[in-house]
Design a protein around this ligand. Structure first.
Ligand code: GCO
Ligand code: MG
Length: 403
């Protein structure tokens, strides 16, 4: 028995907003979990503070599976991003404690290393094709084995994935949601050229990825997948919204471009059909938004028997705690595919001390007990929460569209 004696939520904004849960035990150990849900941070903080933390104190921190079920089944109201992010924060903090109690890095508790390193994909973007390709070349020369390419669309003032900073993409920057304009026709006319130029200057010994960010209908996505086949993408991501999982039957029928989906999913039930019918190749559901390591383990096993690999979300709105948890998971899981990597800002890294490393396009979680990430609470206190919304998208005639 390792009794929980306290639990608290830490909200800070070192470069961007993060919500962190810290759980302490009678034995003098503590664990941390990420509870950040971009643009809806305080909803998760309130869910934890008002409804979860009062039930945690006094419980055995070692009983991770029991606590998970207590919070999931015990709420009666199931799933949803707020609930599943709150459960994930508790789950990851308890795994961190278990690692510290065992004096082992988390990947050892998850079955040990299945590979020497975790292949990550980096991000190249610019408003022009030439600029994106030049940034990608730079990343390839730094040793990255996989690169995601995004570019501006002629005729549109801004586009998803095209950043103000060179090193990271930070879309949640409006005190109220910024409104962008979208045209599928303009996008479809311009995207192929990006991959023509990319293959011309990067060659074929690097994996290329692209995120459509849920902007196409199934038949449009099918056409884009077909058009991009000659450039041998590693994956086309979120080609179409997936609430209706059957959308992907149509896309799948028409193209051999591999498909990745799932950063907005929060449980296995969101992708059961996609996986069971082998409609996708990579599942992107992430530890922080899909119930933590305990739920992702079940999802990954289910995916494994259906030939679906993992390709977890790793944008900057997932804190270094989630990055570390993902790396332990990626290193150990049998059906690992790839891990998204976007560097955090220096302010973020100063608040979250980390043991994970990156070398020649591969990452490792480090050998510290538990997650190998800590939070500097006094530094965190110097960065108060700042409301920040993700943008919204409208078609050129004003119709509200997917962002
Ligand atoms: C990705 C994602 C992100 C999301 C962001 C929203 O592939 O990394 O699409 O860029 O838009 O995480 O908060
Ligand atoms: Mg994405």
């Amino acid at each position: 028995m390792s009794k929980i004696i306290s639990a608290k939520v830490i909200i800070c904004s070192p470069g961007r907003n993060f919500v962190t849960l810290k759980i302490e035990t009678e034995s003098g150990h503590y664990g941390i979990g990420d509870a950040t849900l971009n643009g809806r941070e305080l909803a998760v903080a309130a869910y934890l503070e008002e409804h979860v933390l009062p039930c945690l104190v006094g419980r055995d921190a070692q009983k991770i599976e029991d606590v998970w079920n207590y919070l999931y089944k015990g709420a009666y109201w199931r799933r949803g991003p707020v609930t599943m992010t709150a459960i994930a924060a508790v789950d990851v903090a308890l795994w961190d404690i278990k690692g510290k109690l065992a004096n082992l890095p988390l990947y050892q508790l998850l079955g040990g290393a299945s590979r020497d390193g975790v292949m990550v994909y980096a991000h190249a973007n610019h408003k022009t094709v030439a600029g994106t390709v030049a940034n990608a070349l730079d990343l390839k020369n730094k040793g990255f084995k996989a690169i995601r390419l995004q570019t501006g669309v002629p005729g549109l003032a801004s586009n998803y994935g095209v950043s103000k900073h060179k090193d990271f993409y930070e879309p949640a920057d409006g005190d109220l949601p910024v409104e962008n304009a979208w045209s599928t026709e303009k996008y479809m006319q311009s995207v192929e050229q990006l991959f023509v130029e990319a293959r011309r200057s990067l060659g074929w010994d690097v994996h290329l990825l692209h995120d459509v960010h849920h902007r196409l209908s199934p038949i449009e996505a099918a056409r884009l997948g077909k058009d991009l086949e000659p450039y041998r993408l590693f994956w086309m991501e979120d080609a179409s919204p997936a609430e209706n999982q059957k959308n992907f039957q149509l896309i799948r029928q028409h193209t051999t471009t591999p498909l990745a989906v799932g950063e907005v999913f929060n449980s296995l039930w969101d992708c059961k059909t996609l996986i069971e019918e082998q409609l996708i190749d990579y599942i992107r559901a992430t530890i922080v938004h899909a119930g933590g390591l305990s739920h992702l383990r079940k999802l990954a096993c289910f995916a494994e028997i259906h030939n679906v690999k993992t390709g977890f979300h790793g944008a900057t709105d997932l804190s270094p705690i989630t990055m570390a948890a993902a790396l332990h998971f990626d290193l150990s899981v049998a059906n690992f595919g790839i891990q998204e990597y976007m560097r955090h800002s220096d302010e973020t890294y100063a608040v979250f001390n980390r043991h994970y490393t990156i070398n020649e396009g591969y990452m490792l979680p480090g050998e510290a007990p538990g997650l190998g990430v800590d939070i500097d609470e006094s530094l965190a206190a110097k960065y108060p929460y700042k409301r920040a919304y993700l943008p919204v998208n409208r078609l050129e005639d004003g119709t509200l569209f997917h962002w």
